[in-house]
Design a protein around this ligand. Structure first.
Ligand code: ATP
Length: 240
């Protein structure tokens, strides 16, 4: 197999004395959607923060196309092409929708493609086009999530990290957001790592999945195989 876009090996992260990530290894290959499933407190957010440079790991490596990036500052990680769409959106509330999108392109050396990428984002999220002048803080939760994804795309990332995109959204909006995530993966060839509590929707979208429990990977496999596994059905899909 080709070299993965993202390869994590034996990662350990701590909050003071508390070991939250306990030797995690995983891979994401080009063009894949890979999901990390886990209950509350499993370590999903900590894993994402460690990849994006918000937290430094105590041990282990994070490689992007073979190059070690663990321990870099978050800004440097973004410049390498790893873009994190955070839980809680974190858009710039006082900037317009369009200015938020432009901010997403700040790391790009090529200025020419920016206008056409804004159009590309609007084609996936027509509501953002309708509201392009509006302060982002006045958007609904779902629209802010769309803007956060759109802003991430503007960086032309090598990999996009999604932290619980379903969180706080209605079931209908969750469906809509995931349909767009799948289209972006298929049409724009965006490689994605997605952490989710909503196992059903995540396994539906993903090619491959890992299950995180108490900071450790306890299971992995093709998404369809995981969805068919008894343990996953019982513990994560609520099937008896
Ligand atoms: P959630 O879905 O609730 O966000 P999660 O899977 O993302 O859960 P993390 O937030 O990564 O889990 O937390 C992993 C472990 O680290 C948990 O045991 C949690 O209590 C602990 N933890 C998280 N943040 C801190 C912190 N700031 N200080 C100390 N311990 C923390």
């Amino acid at each position: 197999m080709t070299q993965p876009v993202l390869r994590i090996e034996n990662l350990e992260s701590y909050y003071g004395p508390i070991m939250a990530i306990r030797g995690v290894s995983l891979e994401v290959h080009e063009g894949q959607i890979v999901t990390v499933l886990g209950a509350n407190g499993a370590g999903k957010t900590t894993l994402m923060k460690t990849i994006s440079g918000v937290m430094d790991p105590e041990k282990g490596t994070v490689r992007l196309n073979g190059e070690e990036i663990q321990g870099l500052e978050p800004d440097a990680v973004v410049r390498k092409g790893v873009v994190h769409v955070p839980e809680g959106r974190e858009i710039f509330p006082l900037l317009s929708v369009e200015d938020n999108l432009k901010m997403g392109a700040y790391t790009r050396p090529d200025r020419e493609g920016i206008a056409s990428d804004i159009d590309m984002v609007y084609s996936y999220f027509p509501i953002l086009k309708e509201r392009y002048k509006q302060d982002a803080g006045t958007l609904s939760g779902g629209q802010q999530q769309m803007l956060a994804i759109g802003r991430g795309l503007m960086a032309r990332p090598k990999i996009m990290l999604f932290d619980e995109p379903s969180l706080g959204l209605s079931p209908l909006l969750v469906k809509e957001i995931f349909a767009i995530i799948r289209r972006l993966n298929r049409d724009q060839k965006v490689t994605m790592l997605l952490v989710e509590q909503n196992a059903r929707i995540a396994l539906d979208a993903a090619h491959y999945g890992y299950v995180l429990e108490l900071g450790r990977i306890v299971m992995e496999g093709d998404a369809a195989k995981l969805a068919a596994s008894r343990d996953i059905q019982e513990f994560y899909l609520g099937v008896r």
